[in-house]
Design a protein around this ligand. Structure first.
Ligand code: SF4
Length: 425
């Protein structure tokens, strides 16, 4: 979501006459688009802000702006803590950025907070896509779920769906420009439309995007298990391979006790039944997940439930995080009673289980032909992804970034595949 927002920020500034600088320390204006999902992400942002004093010494007209999740959560406090910041701006108000910057340039560098209520219209700003073959299309912002560990409902506000007509128009334009991959984005895409009785639901939206003519892949992130309906599974199955056989479905824990404490609204059994249904309907599907280890109250027995879930679910990929309390969330009021060393150990153990299963799953692809969208080049190798989202190192002549190629898989690794390109399209 932040990547997509950054593309909108770039487009808004370019429209106002700004140009991209070679590096932050040469820029007259730096906009820091922050994430506060983990403390480490916030700390990285603070590390960047710390450099701004030096930029300003060299260039007295330098302006530093902070947007994204951090100012929405604690703008006022930050204005006092970071006087080097000229403007704190809620991302939903990003259209005002050129005007605010112009004002600041005339009024020296008094720090101030600019924060207003959530306004989804900022998504109407046509983004400057960094890629000419892959695009993110936000379909909703915010979240109503209030998982107890998560800052998103506090930082991004309640869920608001973007109008489907606008989403479809953006997708049609991308398809007409021959984009190869469109990713529908939201904190919880599969509850799309629930905030607006006049709006279509997510399965209908996905079907309408799939009905747009063109040879492109459709992805969507991210989904909540409680909103993964039979109707949605059917749309995914009916539109293979255009809707890619890849589902990211965050489970967070395998312990029912911890799932309840996280306010996730499903049990381990519900989750396993759900992915069983998805696999039956979409046999080639790859499933990835998010996991938090060391949530408050997670005992060794609770963690074993998560290990057991991993072995039964056989995820193709998992993003494992060690729990850290986020101020303002319900979990931050709970005792953070799993030691750092224990969190590290659980992370390590789960990673080893994942690695073993992912390798076994990838080995099934050896000898097969897979379609790969080439995303970049590193050294003599091209790197791309299959419809299942598996990373593939590709050898071959005459390839170009942005191309769809057929690849013969020669080797399986835990975190991807290697192969040779045979034909291109
Ligand atoms: S559903 Fe996702 S974004 Fe919403 S509160 Fe839960 S973890 Fe956060």
């Amino acid at each position: 979501m932040n990547k997509s927002d950054s593309e909108r920020i770039a487009a808004i500034l370019e429209r106002a006459g700004w140009q991209t600088a070679a590096s932050a320390d040469q820029a007259d204006l730096v906009v820091l688009n922050t994430c506060s999902v983990r403390q480490s992400a916030e700390d990285r942002a603070y590390g960047h802000i710390a450099k701004w004093r030096r930029y300003r010494q060299r260039n007295p007209s330098f302006i530093g702006v902070v947007t994204g999740c951090v100012p929405a959560k604690e703008g006022d406090k930050l204005a006092k803590r970071f006087p080097a910041v000229d403007i704190f701006l809620n991302i939903q108000d990003i259209e005002k950025l050129p005007e605010l910057v112009a004002e600041k340039r005339q009024t020296a560098f008094a720090a101030g907070t600019e924060y207003t209520d959530q306004n989804i219209n900022y998504l109407q700003a046509v983004p400057h896509h960094q890629s000419n073959f892959q695009a993110y299309v936000p379909i909703s912002i915010g979240c109503n779920n209030f998982c107890t560990y998560c800052v998103v409902p506090h930082a991004r506000g309640r869920e608001k769906s973007r109008g489907s007509a606008e989403i479809l128009r953006e997708c049609q334009e991308l398809a007409a420009k021959n984009y190869k991959e469109i990713t529908l984005l939201g904190q919880n895409v599969n509850s799309y439309g629930q905030d607006d009785p006049a709006e279509i639901d997510f399965p209908t939206l996905l079907q309408q995007v799939a009905d747009i003519s063109g040879d492109f892949w459709i992805r969507f992130i991210t989904s909540h298990p409680k909103d993964m309906s039979d109707k949605l599974i059917k749309v995914i199955a009916d539109n293979q391979p255009k809707v890619t056989p890849y589902v990211h479905l965050a489970v967070q824990s395998g312990s029912n006790k911890i799932l309840a404490a996280m306010n996730r609204k499903y049990t381990k059994g519900d989750y396993l039944r759900l992915i069983g249904k998805i696999r039956q309907a979409v046999p080639k599907v790859a499933i990835s997940t998010d996991i938090i280890v060391g949530f408050p109250g997670e005992t060794a027995a609770d963690f074993r439930e998560t290990v057991n879930l991993f072995k039964r679910a056989r995820f193709n990929m998992a993003y494992i995080s060690q729990y850290s309390p986020r101020p303002g969330t319900a979990a931050a009021e709970m005792e953070d009673d799993v030691s750092r060393a224990e969190k590290r150990q659980r992370d390590k153990e789960l990673t080893a289980v994942l690695e073993e299963i992912a390798l076994e799953e990838n080995q099934r692809d050896v000898g097969k032909m897979v379609k790969v969208l080439i995303e970049n080049k590193k050294g003599s190798r091209y790197i791309g992804r299959t419809p299942q989202g598996k990373v593939v190192k590709v050898r071959g002549r005459g390839l170009t970034v942005g191309q769809l190629v057929e690849v013969q898989v020669e080797e399986a690794l835990a975190w991807g595949l290697e192969g040779r390109a045979l034909a291109s399209s």
